[in-house]
Design a protein around this ligand. Structure first.
Ligand SMILES: Nc1ncnc2c1ncn2[C@@H]1O[C@H](COP(=O)(O)OP(=O)(O)O)[C@@H](O)[C@H]1O
Ligand SMILES: [Mg+2]
Length: 280
């Protein structure tokens, strides 16, 4: 697996001639972890996504960007069938996870969502203790062994870079945590069921800059082991944390490419207009 180095700087004004520079290394283009083929999405009669063909690479971060209302969240939620809970929605085309269509009739949605976890824009801790928040998913999956649960809680909180801050207060309410801590708690909760994919819908948009930086660092760590798809309206953030960026506009995928290439040398005029701030 060869992933690009962290390039925190390249959205700053480029140095002379750097603008068309070839990326330092290329994400491995193996079998995609997720692929949508000719995928369209409808809320009742209103079509929100049109014929989306997109491949998401394993163990990398793919950012979804685009103007508000262009279908980013709809697309993200379709990847673990979160849209199923909205009445009257319909998907056509294929959404493949490791090559198998997640909309097949025999797919168990609960185990699908265990494999493909989700973190939302607004942190959503349950009004329970920190421990019980993290143990929630494993308990639903049938884990009742106290010491096993302790191991899972500690591992998940460590992975979410929250353990040191909460290890002495696991019995306290998660609602007492700061906004940034709550969001890391939600990430830990998603990790507790050992997912393969993490979907994140603007996970840092409600956070202050310091908490945002912690979430970004965390995403950078997590992609070693997880496939991450993140919606962000913050182009600098997409540039900092993702290998691949997909630009959506009015329900269509306009362009997907290596993040660095897409931000410095987009192939589509619409993408260029968006990233240079001419609309959106
Ligand atoms: N629950 C819903 N019911 C009907 N229409 C919806 C619903 N959620 C989103 N939409 C519509 O689908 C389109 C895409 O929305 P969304 O995926 O939320 O865009 P984004 O995340 O890019 O802002 C918008 O036109 C929005 O109004
Ligand atoms: Mg959205």
């Amino acid at each position: 697996m060869a992933l690009v180095k962290r390039f925190t700087q390249f959205v700053d004004p480029p140095n002379e001639g750097n603008i068309t520079q070839v990326p330092e290394s290329v994400p491995t283009l193996g079998t995609p972890k997720i692929e949508t083929r000719g995928m369209s999405f409808f809320y009742g009669t209103k079509q929100a996504l049109y014929d989306i063909n997109l491949q998401i690479q394993s163990r990398a971060v793919t950012a979804l960007i685009g103007p508000s209302g262009c279908g980013k969240s709809t697309y993200l939620r379709s990847l673990n069938r979160m849209n199923d809970i909205i009445e009257g929605t319909r998907v056509t085309g294929e959404v493949l996870l490791d090559g198998a269509d997640i909309y097949n009739r025999d797919v168990d949605v609960v185990s699908l969502r265990k494999r493909v976890g989700m973190v939302f824009q607004k942190s959503t801790p349950f009004p329970k203790s920190i421990f019980d928040n993290i143990a929630f998913g494993p308990r639903i999956a049938g884990q009742t062994n106290k010491s096993e649960l302790q191991v899972i809680v500690e591992r998940s909180l460590k992975q979410a870079a929250l353990w040191n801050e909460v290890k002495d207060r696991l019995k306290e309410s998660a609602m007492a945590l700061s906004g940034g801590q709550q969001q890391r708690l939600c990430i830990a909760r998603a990790l507790a069921t050992n997912p393969e994919v993490l979907l994140m819908d603007e996970p840092a948009s409600a956070l202050d800059p310091a908490s945002t930086a912690r979430i970004e660092d965390l995403i950078f760590e997590l992609k070693q082991n997880y496939t991450i798809v993140i919606v962000t309206h913050n182009m600098q953030q997409a540039a900092r944390i993702s290998e691949m960026t997909a630009f959506f506009c009015v329900g269509r995928l306009v362009e997907i490419g290596q993040t660095k290439q897409l931000f410095t040398n987009p192939t589509q005029k619409e993408t260029e207009d968006y990233i240079t701030g001419r609309f959106g």
